[in-house]
Design a binder for this molecule. Structure first.
Ligand code: 2M8
Length: 406
């Protein structure tokens, strides 16, 4: 029943060559949403999963970046803010896009799609694009420590995570008027604040005005983003092998980023973000700090410390895995990325636990299934009551549930 409903959500949100995250709140194509959606679609229609990924990479820029939004020209400008008029950016094929990126979870999605229905031709087609995506990050975003940085909280996918509070405070607030569209669909108590938005807009505007080249007042190394980058390299090694290419450079890069993360971001049993502008760690209790569990080269003692954190700080045994530790003062069970449970973040941690601690992985999976059984395919959930928040019929909640239950 739940599986049939998940497919129904994905079918309803399909726009011909990709899937919108949700009809009303996010009526365009989002980058990492499409990767998660492909992972779910691979379970019932690998063909649709391949189309989803290829359509996203159809909007890849010449410099290799995969924009975080590809706009549907048929959707009125006012339906989402900031829309194409704000970003003023186009992919070589002509699609209007944003100019920032999101965590590169796409190689993993391509690989899982291939595992569901082996298709070397698809892998050969997408491999150079996935490599270019990683090359952009190395060329434009790599620090001397060997880590990849993001230049906007939206690039983390965890927009208003408390981990960004400190560096965001240093960002000038935009006073040029703009109208938020999100509040027409969901309650203001569940979303980032107006102050957050003023800073998001200011950062995006400055980056745009540098032709999407110069990082502005926000530059941080996020553990989730770097873990995704490392997993992408390990996955590219497998893809290269199927394509008859050399996997070695990818293996080396995966090992190097893992080492750099352990050296520079691992502190107090959890991976933390680092502010590139100050060189300081941004201590927080974000669940992003657990996602490096996915890295195949992670040393065992580090993995064990993280697994300890999973239980001790995140208390997920009583419900669903929260996005932020309930033990922390800045935890909020209902506001967006400041505490609620998200299916995609939980899925990433689940991936990291599956081989290392299947018993814990099962508990985490149970939390996902129970959330959906209690509240439907909502965007996010109170981690204790499992009450649903944000949009309804949310695509990645449906897609990843399909993957977990399959
Ligand atoms: C949320 O982010 C967008 C901006 O990209 C927004 O709030 O308008 C985040 O949850 C992000 O991770 C997600 O990709 C996007 C679409 O689901 O929504």
């Amino acid at each position: 029943m739940i599986l049939r409903d998940a497919v129904r959500v994905l079918v309803a949100n399909w726009d011909g060559s990709y899937t919108v995250p949700s009809r009303r709140l996010y009526p365009h194509q989002w980058s990492w949403d499409s990767a998660f959606i492909a992972i779910g679609n691979a379970r019932w229609s690998p063909r649709r999963a391949r189309i989803e990924l290829l359509s996203l990479f159809g909007a890849q820029w010449r410099d290799g970046r995969v924009p975080h939004i590809v706009f549907n020209p048929a959707v009125p400008e006012g339906a989402y803010f900031p829309g194409p008029e704000f970003w003023q950016a186009h992919a070589p094929g002509g699609s209007a896009t944003s100019g920032i990126v999101q965590p590169p979870v796409h190689a993993l999605a391509a690989w899982k799609t291939h595992l569901a229905e082996p298709d070397p031709a698809f892998l050969r087609r997408i491999y150079p694009r996935l490599v270019a995506q990683q090359e952009f990050l190395r060329a434009a975003r790599r620090s001397p420590e060997g880590l990849i940085s993001i230049v906007h909280p939206w690039e983390s996918g965890m927009d208003n995570s408390p981990a960004w509070d400190l560096p965001l405070r240093a960002v000038r607030r935009d006073t040029v008027g703009f109208v938020r569209r999100d509040l027409a669909t969901v309650s203001a108590e569940e979303r980032p604040t107006d102050r957050d938005y003023e800073r998001y807009v200011s950062l995006a505007r400055a980056y745009r005005d540098s032709a999407y080249r110069a990082p502005g007042e926000f530059q941080v190394e996020c553990p989730l983003f770097n873990a995704a980058y490392g997993v992408a390299e390990s996955t590219l090694a497998r893809i290269a092998q199927v394509c008859g290419l050399d996997p070695e450079p990818h293996e080396r890069e995966a090992a190097a980023i893992t080492e750099a993360m352990v050296e520079h971001l691992f502190d107090g049993g959890l991976f933390q973000a680092r502010d590139v502008r100050t060189g300081r760690l941004l201590h927080s209790s974000s669940t992003a700090g657990l996602t490096p569990l996915m890295l195949p080269h992670l040393p065992d003692e580090v993995a064990e410390a993280l697994i300890g954190s999973t239980l001790d700080r995140f208390a997920f045994k009583d419900g669903a895995l929260p996005s932020y530790s309930p033990a922390a003062l800045d935890f909020d069970p209902a506001r967006y990325w400041r505490g609620p449970s998200w299916i995609n973040l939980t899925w990433l941690v689940w991936q990291g636990l599956k081989d290392r601690r299947p018993d814990l992985a099962d508990l985490v999976a149970e939390g996902m299934v129970n959330s959906v059984a209690r509240s439907g395919f909502r965007e996010y959930f109170d981690p204790f009551s499992l009450h649903g928040h944000g949009s309804h019929d949310f695509s990645w909640s449906a897609a990843l549930l399909l993957d977990v239950v399959a």
